[in-house]
Design a protein around this ligand. Structure first.
Ligand SMILES: [Zn+2]
Ligand SMILES: [Zn+2]
Length: 132
């Protein structure tokens, strides 16, 4: 994947990619923890730099649900949406069909050329709705 986007393959890049693949919608602190589990000492800054490079290259998608810290996922390019639990913050994917994103059709585009849309659904996840 890294070679496909002309990025040099480095241990931190591989560790960050695999961490996000295995833990979708993970925040930066958790990613740092996962990368350290695998590589030992890695600086915050190194992980931030890797996240930025991978996001810019399109291998990771950065999402920032309102009221949440930035989170990263490896499912890119399909303009899918998210449902966020109001209580525990759990995030799940809500599909937009791959290759065709009906949500991009805004009722009024105001002359903008729109290439992305993000809908955040909110509610209670199954665990939290049982508890309440
Ligand atoms: Zn919940
Ligand atoms: Zn997602």
């Amino acid at each position: 994947m890294l070679r496909d986007v002309s990025l040099r393959v480095t241990a931190p890049r591989l560790a960050v990619l695999s961490a996000v693949h295995q833990h979708p919608h993970t925040d930066t602190d958790s990613i740092i923890g996962l990368v350290r589990d695998e590589l030992g000492t890695v600086s915050h800054q190194a992980v931030y730099d890797v996240l930025r490079a991978l996001t810019t290259a399109g291998l990771l998608r950065r999402i920032e649900p309102p009221g949440s810290v930035a989170r990263y996922e490896a499912r890119v390019g399909d303009n899918h949406h998210h449902v966020v639990c109001r209580s525990c913050g759990t995030i799940a994917d809500v599909d937009c069909a791959v290759g065709y994103a009906p949500c991009l059709t805004a009722s009024e585009a105001h002359g903008f050329v729109i290439d992305e849309a993000e809908v955040v659904y909110r509610g209670l996840c199954p665990d939290c709705s049982v508890r309440s």
